[in-house]
Design a protein around this ligand. Structure first.
Ligand SMILES: [Zn+2]
Length: 58
């Protein structure tokens, strides 16, 4: 199983790769539906990671 950090990195990577390879995201000022989905997925992971840190403070 991937750690939270690995999944976060993966999601950020997917999003950046998409922005670089997607013609619509390159041409338009508004991101396409896929970009929005990937960004939301990344944000959700980020929030989950923060919640985890709050539950188990170091
Ligand atoms: Zn796109």
């Amino acid at each position: 199983m991937m750690s939270t950090q690995e999944r976060l990195d993966q999601a950020a990577d997917d999003y950046e790769k998409h922005l670089r390879s997607c013609r619509q995201c390159g041409a338009e000022t508004m991101p396409c539906a896929v970009a929005k989905y990937l960004r939301r997925a990344h944000n959700n992971l980020l929030r989950a990671a923060r919640r985890q840190q709050d539950a188990f403070p170091r």
